[in-house]
Design a binder for this molecule. Sequence first.
Ligand code: NDP
Ligand code: GDP
Length: 326
Amino acid sequence: MAKRALLTGITGQDGAYLSQFLLSKGYEVTGIVRRSSHKGLEEHRLQWLKIDSQVRLVYGDLADLSSLLRIVQEIKPDEIYNLAAQSFVASSWDQAILTAEITGVGVVNMLEAMRLGAPKARFYQASSSEMYGKIREPMQSELTPFHPRSPYAVAKLYGHWITVNYRESFGLHASSGILFNHESPLRGIEFVTRKVTDGVARIKLGLAKELRLGNIDAKRDWGHARDYVRAMWLMLQQENADDYVVATGRTTTIRDMCKIAFDHAGLDMDKYIVIDPAFFRPAEVDVLLGNPAKAKQKLGWSPETSLEEMIVEMVDADLVRLKKLA
Ligand code: NDP
Ligand code: GDP
């Protein structure tokens, strides 16, 4: 019988790539979506990967435990991937309470639904390198102490520890993946990589004259979402649940990432980038650099896509998308 996977956040970047991956492994994939007044839009990332007709969507919300419990009891999943969140750091200062309720308390809602409705299922929590924040070690591992720097990161820290706690308290197979930034042509447009690749494509096609950015000296450890969803699945195939850092082990400034994108389009970035204080954050995470040694050793996981390959793929995808407007 086919294994059943239940995903929250299926309409997001990772939800789309993870669905594609699980379908290729023969899973039945069900995703929880929020009811919205915009019919159809919710499936656009799934449509981009041409898998929208192969997944089942059911209505529920991470804030509504009764909806989650009803769905878990009906689907009886073998694996639950909790990817839903208010996931944009910058918005978390404007919507701190909502972020706490969804990105933080939403995790215990999903864990409770599993504990009550499918306690033998395996659980993946989408934790984040943002939890390291003001870093305590130059290279962050599973043992590095956390120092969150945004309401988003504080909420993620709760999600991480409640996952660990439910594993230790109730013996649930619950794992937390501490994933460093991962991107793709399906990345939300407000995140810096996609903002840059979309901006470069717009400038190239004559649709924009400049690109306004904030702190381009910040450094991130960027990988490709397609590679990172594989690590999520690998965690749930282990006999024992655990926590893993998923990263590339290389860090790059926003400035150097921009250069890859502008160079690929044959543009001089110094002519187009405008530094705009509106995009600076109340508290910044200056640098993140992950140590993926445990994931490599225990899961046999390593990233397959370089930053250069990924940015080129994203610029090309944005050029294709935007050519229709030019
Ligand atoms: P996205 O922002 O692309 O997707 C977020 C998803 O959560 C969407 O499907 C969204 O639905 C859903 N969602 C938001 N609020 C609710 C709610 N109240 N109830 C149900 N669903 C909701 O995120 P990514 O795919 O990039 O990331 C996946 C997860 O991994 C997130 O938890 C993120 O915080 C975490 N993460 C991501 C990293 C990255 O670099 N991408 C790094 C580390 C962690 P809708 O379409 O309706 O908005
Ligand atoms: P985050 O690491 O989850 O916050 O991912 P983002 O892609 O949103 O931001 C990564 C880094 O890029 C942060 O240090 C931001 O301050 C920096 N950055 C600089 N300019 C921008 C911008 O215009 N938009 C965003 N989203 N980030 C920017």
